[in-house]
Design a protein. Structure first.
Length: 471
């Protein structure tokens, strides 16, 4: 459901009682958590009892399961997820009552009001980079408020209220939300076509990032990872518009570079150079070249915000990851299981490269669940090609989410494109079948990686149970 952003935005303490339609999602639960921590009256509903709800209930937030007009209660304001259906009874009730109805972007803005905002955007890597920046700033003494699209391992939450004047936010482009925030500082990890069901064309998608850069305070700055062509073009646009830009990456012409990369199992290290000056070495507890670049971007944003290299480095080096980003789920019968959120060909390729390094001498066995019919229609064959790096692949059917199923667009479109022999690729309908298929294929020494933005995250725990019983 598309809810328009109102012409006048109000801070959270002027919204009255707020009811969240879709409170169990990563974005809305973070906003609700911040409001609740500020002692503002909050309720919500969701059709799934997600892991985020437990933390909200601990704060005293009433979280209904299922949608019903009665749940709106005495609310003055609704904040509505983009995944809500047009016939959602709570939204219909809010309209009948004439309540203020906000999209999540306006809800997030309301809790940002009055603080300096550091917003992290990009097609890929937003959650990890936002989490890395938050961890770095906390270690450097900034104590920011933050809202991340995943669980921060160091705190166990996706949002917290700090006492500093800084708000660190993951800025999502999927529905244009990132155009609302007007940050003081921004990071863009990359710009590659996605969400074309919303933007229509690749050109329009890229223009949205140009528009985002144009919203950054002129006395602020933008950090761009110019290894990516889209972010490189964005840096040029932003500079031409008068915004201060700092370029980072592995490229020789990046102003701040990561050099001397080394990977060992699930860890990595690199040297940071600004021009010819060596700032120091950073050691990460997360694997993969793309995570090195994410960490470099977070580091530079922290430096530009006025914090020390040593303090920021301490936070980066203590960072244990964020939920669903190459997250270790456990080990059974000699099989290690990881889970990641990758759902775009570029993300799949990056996570498989990292997983291959973690696997060492073992095989890499992957279960992938395509996310959204529209994305699978556009990128299904490319997803399959990216999965070909694995030794064995299990593809689930499409996680439909907010769209309508299309019998012509299924996980078979991905499975048929995997460049592996037929006996090393399986197409299964759902989570239970995927766990069983993986259990039959995995053997001691293997690394199993579950990938996707939907219910595939449930496969790993079920697989571990099966392996423990069989073992």
């Amino acid at each position: 459901m598309k809810i328009p952003v109102p012409d006048v935005l109000l801070p959270a303490d002027e919204l009255g009682r707020v009811h969240f339609v879709g409170i169990g999602g990563a974005a809305l639960s973070a906003i609700a958590r911040i409001m609740a921590m500020r002692q503002l009256p909050v309720t919500g509903s969701d059709d799934n009892d997600t892991p985020f709800l437990a933390g909200l209930r601990e704060l005293g937030v009433t979280c209904h399961l299922g949608y019903d007009a009665a749940h709106v209660g005495a609310a003055d304001t609704l904040v509505v997820t983009t995944a809500a259906r047009e016939d959602n009874p709570e939204v219909l009730e809010g309209r009948r009552l004439g309540l203020r109805i906000l999209p999540r972007s306006a809800g997030l803005w309301s809790v940002m009001a009055g603080l300096r905002v550091a917003a992290v955007a990009g097609t890929h890597g937003k959650t990890t980079t936002t989490s890395l920046l938050t961890s770095a700033l906390v270690a450097a003494g900034a104590d920011p408020t933050y809202a991340v699209g995943g669980v921060l391992a160091g705190t166990g939450h996706n949002a917290e209220v700090g006492v500093g004047d800084l708000f660190v936010a993951e800025a999502d482009e999927s529905d244009g939300a990132f155009l609302v925030y007007h940050p003081h500082a921004a990071v863009v990890t990359n710009v590659a076509a996605d969400h074309l069901d919303v933007w229509g064309t690749e050109e329009a998608y890229h223009r949205a990032f140009d528009d985002f850069a144009d919203t950054v305070d002129r006395d602020g700055f933008l950090v761009c990872c110019i290894d990516d062509p889209g972010a490189r073009a964005l840096a040029a646009h932003a500079r031409a518009s008068g915004l201060r830009v700092v370029t980072v990456g592995l490229a020789d012409d990046a102003e701040v570079r990561a050099t001397d990369l080394a990977f060992e199992g699930a860890s990595s290290r690199f040297t940071v150079k600004r021009g010819q000056d060596v700032l120091g070495e950073v050691r990460l507890l997360i694997p993969g070249r793309h995570y090195v670049v994410d960490a470099l971007a977070a580091l530079v944003a922290g430096l530009e915000l006025g914090h020390s290299f040593e303090g920021l480095r301490a936070g980066l080096e203590a960072f244990g990851g964020s939920g669903r980003r190459m997250e270790a789920k456990g080990e059974a019968a000699g099989v290690r299981v990881y889970d990641s959120y990758a759902h775009h060909p570029t993300e799949i390729a990056a996570d498989l490269e990292a997983a291959r390094g973690v696997a060492g001498e073992g095989r890499l066995v992957v279960a992938f669940q395509p996310h959204l019919v529209s994305r699978t229609r556009l990128f299904g064959p490319a997803m399959g090609q990216a999965l070909g790096v694995a030794d064995e692949v299990v593809v689930l059917d499409v996680y439909v989410a907010r769209e309508t199923a299309d019998p012509d667009v299924t996980g078979r479109l991905v499975a048929d494109a995997v460049p592996l022999p037929d006996d090393r690729v399986a197409f299964v309908p759902g989570v239970d079948e995927a766990a069983l298929e993986l259990a039959a294929r995995a053997r001691t020494g293997d690394l199993v990686l579950t990938l996707g933005a939907g219910s595939v995250t449930e496969v790993g725990p079920r697989l571990l149970e099966l392996l423990a019983v069989d073992g």
